[in-house]
Design a protein around this ligand. Structure first.
Ligand SMILES: Nc1ncnc2c1ncn2[C@@H]1O[C@H](COP(=O)(O)OP(=O)(O)O)[C@@H](O)[C@H]1O
Ligand SMILES: [Mg+2]
Length: 257
């Protein structure tokens, strides 16, 4: 057991209130709660810890999106993250998301997919912060170098996903889909909208989000210094035209990376 004072709620207890309300959120029926508990059991998950940055009623979780709620859990004495499908999700199962996450893993990207069932995705637990909180938490000397290194690592991950042929689909909203863990290591999360059939846009979407548009890019630019927008747009076009390596290298050079 991982000892840090967290309370592990066993599978038997998840059937009770208030846990059941999050297990089959937002419409827990006996059937949906029971089925989810059976799925957790079949994946070897021993219980959930209800710890994390997001408060929901009296309980805490790692996160919540339109598809699922993400919990901290224990499986084989290891801490894991467990995404459980919402009953009102537009996705009818977690099967596609698990397949896409496994594809990303083959490219060396994303939290490791550890197991999946119809409504449950078990994955590597990440202790990290979302991009906006992470960047606000950086103080003092070394901040610029740290932002540079993380942005570079993130762009590299996108190039790798592009080369593999997996389009994430939601990197233009990276504040929700990237976590930065200790050592400033970025992780691309949430493969529910990902596709191996679509034209890949990971690098261009993320570069746009981080360097060109929106509140987060303004924070980044304030730390890194001004970016020649016209030149960057030119490189993104070059990337789209297929000259990905040249475009990537030119982008890094322009940013003095
Ligand atoms: N492996 C993980 N480890 C820690 N926290 C995670 C993990 N996966 C997701 N989260 C947290 O849960 C939130 C929602 O997850 P996400 O997969 O984006 O759900 P949705 O598809 O419903 O939007 C994320 O923004 C993140 O804060
Ligand atoms: Mg999401």
């Amino acid at each position: 057991m991982v000892e840090d004072g967290s309370v592990l709620v066993s599978l038997e207890d998840l059937v009770k209130k208030p846990y059941r309300e999050l297990l089959a959120y937002p419409n827990p029926s006996d059937e949906s709660v029971g089925s989810r508990i059976r799925q957790l059991k079949s994946l070897g998950i021993e219980g959930l810890e209800f710890e994390g940055p997001l408060r929901m009623g009296k309980l805490s979780v790692l996160g919540k999106g339109v598809v699922g709620l993400v919990f901290r859990g224990i499986a084989e004495n290891r801490r894991v993250a467990v995404k459980i499908r919402r009953t009102d999700s537009r996705r009818r199962s977690m099967i596609h998301e698990a397949a896409m996450m496994r594809a990303a893993n083959k490219a060396g990207i994303g939290p490791e997919c550890l197991g999946s069932s119809e409504d449950v995705l078990e994955m590597q637990f990440l202790e990290g912060q979302r991009l906006p909180l992470w960047i606000s938490s950086l103080k003092g000397r070394g901040r610029k170098a740290r932002v540079k290194a993380t942005v570079k690592a993130l762009l590299e991950q996108c190039v790798r996903l592009d080369a593999y042929g997996l389009d994430h689909g939601e990197l233009s909203r990276a504040h929700k889909n990237v976590l930065v863990s200790k050592g400033d290591h970025p992780w691309i999360l949430d493969y529910e909208s990902a596709s191996l059939m679509r034209r890949v846009n990971n690098f261009t979407s993320l570069a746009q989000y981080i360097l060109l548009s929106g509140r987060f890019s303004r924070k980044v630019i304030r730390i890194l210094g001004p970016v020649d927008r016209d030149e960057l747009v030119k490189y993104l076009r070059l990337y789209k035209s297929g000259r990905t390596n040249d475009a990537f290298k030119s982008t890094l050079k322009m940013l003095h990376f």
